[in-house]
Design a protein. Structure first.
Ligand code: AOF
Ligand code: ZN
Length: 361
């Protein structure tokens, strides 16, 4: 097994932490001695203990003379626990292989330096591209001071997210909805605009996936006009609920939601809406690294316009909705989703930078 093979193993462990460890990165660590894995670790829920600590505890004496594969530079700072770099040295590890340098100013190069000073053999940059993809949220929070944003869209084949009369449930089928719940889980937070909260009355929790750490539910509503009798107000106990609003939100509304147990975050308003850049900056300050935005149309547009969407998860359902006065297809006379003929996917193929999907009735 090569260094890259062991690092791929550590990366797969690290991925399990995504959505559970913010504000910290989801790190994976594998300890290998004489070709045998003697310890495995992943950053624990809430961000501690760190991955190396978990792997070292598992390995015990077997860590002596082992090689540690870590997906991020081991930390060098004294947080609530001693630095991982010191722990690796103390356990007698002889070689450390990492994927990325940690941009956190308390670490940035010091972890690697400490290991080298202690006489360990250090190799860096192994599978760095994969690690950068996996840890994009943490890197973004630290370097750009905003979380990584994934925009989820569920559209008809003509790119519409609702019928002309506003019906949007459900454009996609039950399997796609389950996939959405799984995607919510590997993000720290789920974000929707106030319009969606009013129109769909969503609960935004992860359901039917066993006991899980619920992502933070974040609603952005400039004036805090949200259904006070709806699912959100009823489900505050089911997971954290944060509301982002502007300075124009009425005092009674603030008091209502605060009384319900929601966390209120005020952000600057520009052009009549909460400024998306400032909003994400505020979320990064709270430690959020990965945001899953589920719409609606205006929030998605304002994030896209400001260049704040890093990833797009596009679900396409096999129907056309059309609409009078919109670009694309004209009116098809469809008000209710049930009236739209559903096509079935026959083939799905990447062609250059495009996707061909072949559908039939
Ligand atoms: C590691 N291994 O598994 C993780 C690391 O607040 P603290 O003390 O937990 O430190 C958080 C910082 O530690 C975080 O910003 C990042 O630099 C690093 N995370 N380091 O050696 C780990 N999760
Ligand atoms: Zn550490």
């Amino acid at each position: 097994m090569s260094d890259a093979d062991h690092m791929a193993h550590a990366l797969s462990l690290g991925r399990r932490g995504l959505g559970r460890v913010w504000p910290n990165p989801a790190v994976g660590c594998v300890l290998v001695r004489d070709g045998r894995v003697v310890g495995r670790g992943v950053t624990q829920p809430g961000g501690r203990p760190h991955a190396e600590r978990v792997a070292l505890d598992q390995a015990g004496e077997a860590a002596q003379g082992a090689t540690a594969y870590v997906t991020l530079e081991p930390c060098a700072h004294h947080g609530q626990t001693p630095p991982c770099a010191a722990a690796l040295v103390q356990a007698g590890v002889s070689r450390v292989v990492t994927a990325l340098e940690d941009p956190d100013t308390r670490v940035s190069g010091r972890g690697h330096a400490r290991l080298r000073e202690a006489g360990l053999n250090v190799t860096t940059g192994v599978l760095a591209d994969v690690a950068r993809w996996d840890q994009a949220g943490f890197l973004s929070r630290v370097v750009r001071r905003r979380p990584m944003v994934t925009l989820k869209l569920a559209t008809s084949l003509d790119g519409r997210i609702a019928t002309a009369s506003g019906e949007s449930r459900w454009i996609t089928g039950p399997e796609a909805r389950r996939a959405v719940h799984a995607m919510r889980l590997n993000h720290d937070a789920v974000l929707v605009g106030g319009g969606t909260a009013r129109a769909d009355d969503p609960r935004l929790t992860v359901r039917e996936m066993g006991p899980v750490r619920q992502p933070v539910r974040i609603i952005v509503s400039q004036r805090l006009i949200l259904p006070e009798e709806g699912e959100l107000a009823r489900s505050v106990d089911e997971g954290p609920l944060w509301l982002i609003h502007g300075d124009g939100a009425a005092e009674e509304r603030r008091a209502f939601w605060a009384g319900r147990g929601a966390r209120l975050i005020e952000a600057p308003v520009s052009r009549g809406q909460v400024c998306p850049t400032e909003m994400l900056n505020a979320l990064a300050t709270e430690g959020v690294t990965r945001v899953f935005c589920e719409g609606g149309g205006s929030l998605a547009a304002s994030l896209l316009e400001a260049g704040l969407v890093d990833r797009i998860a596009l679900f396409s359902a096999g129907l056309f909705l059309g609409a009078e006065g919109h670009p694309g297809l004209g009116a098809l006379g469809i008000d209710r989703l049930a009236d739209a003929p559903r096509y079935r996917l026959k083939q799905h193929r990447r062609i250059g930078a495009d996707v061909l999907s072949l559908w039939s009735l």
